[in-house]
Design a protein around this ligand. Structure first.
Ligand code: ADP
Ligand code: MG
Length: 400
């Protein structure tokens, strides 16, 4: 699944209305019948205009026609949901142009974007259910029929949860990207100009960096939270240079960890909290030993000790953030089940999930889905890399 924004600017206001109508109809229909699309789109041009728009959207693979026993209908594709989210971000002036893909996560696409002032930001597009989609390919009905397993529901939920935690943690002063906006299965946040720990080959003082990673983890715990995927991909290492106030020369470089990636975050009260806590801490220990040949001299930290610190020292508990953001217990459970399933698949087939910074944009996805048709005149991958960022916002007359 690639985000291809090229068709965005060719869509008319009517096309957008019809696309939004398919989205609205999907809430209650597995396949949205044309009559519903007509009703929700409220277009003055009547059914001939609606069918023209449907045909444009289907050609651009934003919606896909499906034939069922009872009736034919349309459903939104990943691309369609991407476009709707981008359209919202563009209208609210949070995104003006979309640049290259930076992070390659298998559950998400991380894109560099810019707002109207040219400031660079990150767009994270959640793709939960994508892999499961492949593995259950032979039995697609499973996902089609089961709303709690559908990619649209799960990806949207993951983004909502991540945005809620990002906002809460940011407000609490934890070093995380600044949340900017949220729409459907996407979030916009500040770009952290720092490599993931995974890319850091050596540091002057591994013990100090280790201590700061543990300290950050224990701060989350005091807020009542367990990250759940605290590893070298989800910790960015920022270099803060302090300068000598007298002559302006660089004095000291401090390495500050910035933590990202929160869809799997859980409460310190969770039934499996201790297991996730130990797994996170071990991940950091193993990485430090392998990469920096550093081993802490004392054991721990231990869950049972840390548990006593939750909510202490004036730390506000943030583990009720989800409920406060309208995510119900049922939704949280569905999301957790999908993430757990994803983790299991990862254990069984680690190569398919290994994110690597220099990975080619190789989303072969020929099996992704039937909507993934190559557009005519597609440039090859190399050209795409060099492609300047694509403007998705509506241009002002002076720019035309
Ligand atoms: P996933 O859920 O797919 O693991 P992440 O949120 O961890 O997605 O992002 C994947 C990668 O993208 C990260 O390892 C990091 O390299 C990059 N990344 C994500 N968010 C940011 C950000 N705000 N600033 C800079 N890089 C980021
Ligand atoms: Mg990650």
């Amino acid at each position: 699944m690639k985000l291809d924004t090229r068709a965005m600017r060719h869509l008319t206001a009517e096309d957008w209305k019809v696309l939004a109508a398919v989205e609205q109809g999907s809430k209650n229909h597995e396949l949205v019948p044309v009559s519903i699309i007509e009703r929700f789109s409220r277009l003055k041009g009547g059914s001939s205009l609606v069918s023209k728009c449907i045909s444009t959207l289907a050609k651009t693979s934003l919606i896909a026609k499906m034939k069922e026993a009872k009736y034919d209908g349309y459903r939104l594709t990943y691309g369609g949901l991407d476009y709707l989210a981008l359209h919202t971000h563009s209208q609210k002036r949070h995104i003006y142009s979309v640049g290259t893909r930076v992070g390659v996560g298998k559950e998400s696409d991380i894109m560099l974007v810019a707002d109207h002032t040219g400031a660079q930001q990150i767009l994270k597009i959640h793709r939960l259910g994508r892999i499961s989609f492949r593995t259950v390919k032979t039995n697609r009905d499973y996902l089609k029929k089961n709303a709690s397993g559908s990619w649209m529901y799960l990806s949207t939920l993951a983004a909502r949860k991540e945005y809620a935690f990002l906002s809460a943690l940011h407000a609490a002063g934890i070093p995380v990207p600044t949340p900017i906006a949220h729409s459907r299965h996407t979030i916009v946040m500040s770009l952290v100009d720092a490599p993931p720990l995974r890319q850091v080959s050596s540091v002057p003082d591994p013990a100090a960096l280790y201590a700061s990673l543990i300290e950050l983890y224990l701060r989350l715990a005091k807020h009542g939270l367990i990250h759940g995927d605290y590893n070298e991909f989800n910790i960015l290492i920022r270099e803060d240079v302090s300068t000598n106030p007298q002559d302006g020369t660089a004095e000291e470089i401090t390495l500050t960890p910035v933590v990202i990636d929160f869809p799997q975050m859980i409460s310190m009260e969770h039934v499996n909290a201790e297991m996730y806590f130990d797994r996170d801490i071990n991940c950091i220990k193993i990485f430090f030993e392998r990469r920096f040949h550093f081993k802490p001299s004392t054991p721990g930290p231990f869950y049972k000790d840390v548990k006593k610190t939750v909510g202490k020292d004036g730390f506000e508990r943030l583990d009720a953030t989800l409920e406060a953001s309208g995510i119900t217990k049922k939704m949280a459970k569905d999301l957790e089940a999908a993430i757990r399933q994803h983790e299991e698949e990862k254990l069984q087939n680690p190569e398919a999930f290994e994110p690597s910074e220099d990975e080619e944009d190789d989303d072969d996805d020929e099996d992704d889905d039937e909507e993934e048709e190559e557009e005519e005149g597609n440039t090859d991958d190399k050209e795409k890399e060099e492609q300047p960022s694509i403007v998705i916002g509506f241009q002002s007359p002076s720019e035309l």
